[in-house]
Design a protein. Structure first.
Length: 136
């Protein structure tokens, strides 16, 4: 459990992640941004017109990966679309790119992911640190 906090702090400072969903039996991956983090809950926003939204409606399973240098954090969870209006407004107001792409906060859909599984990899020390955790 000692590396869970290190992994969560790593995610705090590495907002751009490789974000994987599935379409049927095929994986789909893209770069996504963590818009807000509350402990092990990550928040995201997207357009209801994008394929990623349709994919998450069909199959809410998500896997994401953040990496820099010799450290990486992989997370597994499920999309949940019950994000409060207050949090939606906060995300919209605190992410400058969103106001350039969308006319208002309610033009988007918001979802959160409670991290269910987490892998922390640090290849710097010898031996490397490879830890797997089931969070929920």
């Amino acid at each position: 459990m000692e590396y869970i906090q290190a992994a969560l702090e790593f995610l705090q400072s590495h907002k751009d992640v490789a974000f994987a969903t599935s379409e049927g039996n095929k994986p789909k991956i893209r770069v996504f941004q963590i818009m807000k983090q509350e402990g092990s809950v990550l928040y995201f926003a997207t357009s209801p017109k994008k394929q990623v939204y349709q994919q998450l409606q069909q199959n809410p399973n998500i896997e994401l990966l953040a990496m820099e240098g010799d450290i990486s954090v992989r997370c597994v969870g499920k999309a949940e679309f019950d994000v409060s209006e207050e949090t939606q407004k906060w995300i919209y107001d605190n992410n400058a790119v969103l106001s350039r792409l969308y006319p208002s906060y309610d033009a988007m859909v918001y979802f959160k992911m409670q991290i269910i599984e987490l892998d922390y990899y640090n290849l710097q020390p010898t031996p490397p640190i490879l830890k797997h955790y089931k969070i929920k």
